[in-house]
Write a protein that binds this ligand. Structure first.
Ligand SMILES: *Cc1c(COP(=O)(O)O)cnc(C)c1O
Length: 349
């Protein structure tokens, strides 16, 4: 294995403590979907131990998580057929109802289940309408097998603090749920910016992994994943020589080029532009030419480096993943969840 993703256990602890400091009297549903945002659920024990619930998207993720913990699991996408309901019950999941077609499946249960009801307050992706919600409560509240744990909704624009949709969603949510005994609305961005949205359960995702919820850099969070790969070749090119597929970069002076053993086959973004920084021996060095499947090339003319030295692609104080996301026209969430199976994941303190 060449590329390494080291997962910092102390950074995980620190980031969760930042979350809890922002919302000290709230229960925490830590979101571990997509294999803990690409960080591997089996390396998440500091989070698993210190959370009240664990959120995943679907049954397969719940199955994997259940093998390593007895904590309550919240199934965010719910179930779409009876067979999935049976699996969810066996895994002891709390199940989100977000669509009216789930009501007959849930209300026919033969075993006790804990459910969350998700309402649509303006994102228009998942969630019951106001009428559906009222119908759902009437249908389920007298069923002795069904226990309604919480009513939830999700912000569409929480990362944009001043977006008017935030307040309108919150107003809508409060109006619909004033009778509910437990409520949940806040994702990472709302946890850090909008205390009025915290209610009974907060649902942190991206901030646990030390990434800004606002696309900027939040220096009070610590990056959890550090992605690195070794230099496997060094050569000097002369004026007029090009580097990489498509010859998209040409030297205008003699340049020392390091070739590093990572590429889009490992999850380094193919759209990273010329000049995207790579950290080598504490110096930021610019990417040159196209990213290939297994390799990238970097201008190391102003750095001392040798074959075998490690290059950091993201996850250092001097090189945050948010910067790489900007240089490749995407978001950190996509980069993290895209790290490939060829990368060697290791746990660090
Ligand atoms: C993914 C997700 C979250 C976490 O979102 P972040 O922006 O990563 O904090 C919270 N709630 C729901 C329903 C989600 O799907």
């Amino acid at each position: 294995m060449r590329a390494i993703a080291s997962i910092s256990q102390s950074a995980l602890k620190h980031n969760l403590s930042v979350v809890k400091k922002n919302s000290p009297n709230t229960k925490v549903v830590s979101i571990l979907k997509a294999n803990a945002y690409g960080h591997h659920i089996d390396l998440m024990s500091p989070i698993i131990e210190q959370s009240d619930l664990l959120g995943v998207s679907e049954i397969l993720e719940a199955e994997k998580l259940r093998k390593i913990t007895n904590k309550p699991i919240l199934l965010l996408s719910g179930v779409i057929e009876d067979q999935e309901l049976q699996q969810a019950i066996q895994l002891n999941c709390q199940i989100v109802i977000h669509d009216k077609t789930q009501l007959p499946i849930i209300s026919n249960t033969k075993q006790p289940i804990n459910i969350w009801i998700k309402i649509n307050t303006g994102m228009n992706r998942l969630g019951l309408s106001a009428n559906e919600y009222n119908f759902c409560i009437k249908l389920l509240e007298n069923n002795p097998l069904i226990s309604i744990q919480c009513v939830m909704s999700h912000f569409a624009c929480a990362d944009d603090i001043n977006h008017p949709t935030n307040q309108s969603q919150l107003d809508h949510f409060k109006k619909l749920t004033h009778n509910a005994s437990k409520r949940s609305m806040a994702n990472s961005a709302a946890i850090l910016s909008n205390p009025a949205s915290h209610f009974d359960y907060i649902r942190p995702g991206i901030v646990l992994y030390g990434v800004s919820a606002f696309g900027s850099t939040d220096h009070h969070l610590r990056p959890v994943m550090q992605l690195s790969a070794p230099i496997i070749s060094i050569k000097t090119v002369k004026v007029g020589d090009s580097v990489g597929y498509g010859a998209t970069w040409t030297a205008n002076q003699a340049t020392t080029i390091a070739t590093i053993g990572i590429g889009y086959g490992d999850g380094y973004p193919r759209h990273a532009k010329n000049g995207t920084p790579v950290l080598i021996n504490n110096n930021l060095c610019p990417l040159v030419g196209r990213v290939s499947m297994d390799l990238i090339c970097v201008n190391i003319s102003n750095t001392q480096a040798h074959i075998g030295d490690s290059a950091i692609l993201w996850g250092a104080q001097q090189l945050r993943i948010e910067t790489i996301a900007k240089h490749s026209d995407t978001i950190a969430y996509q980069l993290l969840t895209g790290v490939g199976s060829r990368v060697n994941f290791i746990s660090t303190t």
